[in-house]
Design a protein around this ligand. Sequence first.
Ligand SMILES: [Zn+2]
Length: 156
Amino acid sequence: MAVARTRRRRGELTPLCQMVLDVVVGAGRPLGAYGIIAQLEMTSGRRVLPASLYRSLGVLLERGLITRIETRNAFLANVQAMTTLADIYFICDQCGAVRTVKVSALANLIDNEADALGFQIGRRVIEMQGICNRCRDSRIGQPEQLINRKTMPTRA
Ligand SMILES: [Zn+2]
């Protein structure tokens, strides 16, 4: 189970931090703060204040145990240790599915650019937004509707 793999890196997490981590790991997809709170309250039967949640999320982010998907304002478990690889997130706009790909060649390119700029990299987040293969397949037969919506001229 994914939870066991991350336990090693937990260190001295508070009980709430551990619960938050379990929820995010268990979800297997990006969860927003309110989704996390709903799950926490369901499992613990207690109220969780947003401020407490954000504190826990801050700790987990700092330790690299979770990643924030900036464009969705959601959190995803980082089951593997922080590496020098660049994580590329492919995020489906339609169903929210996320595929993560680690690319070392890209990380090297980024390192070179950062060196040239004298920039110290903290976190590496590369997000691609679009449509996953499943949603794309389910669209076949009705693509015109989408094209029309995009190209429809704005009313003057
Ligand atoms: Zn999709």
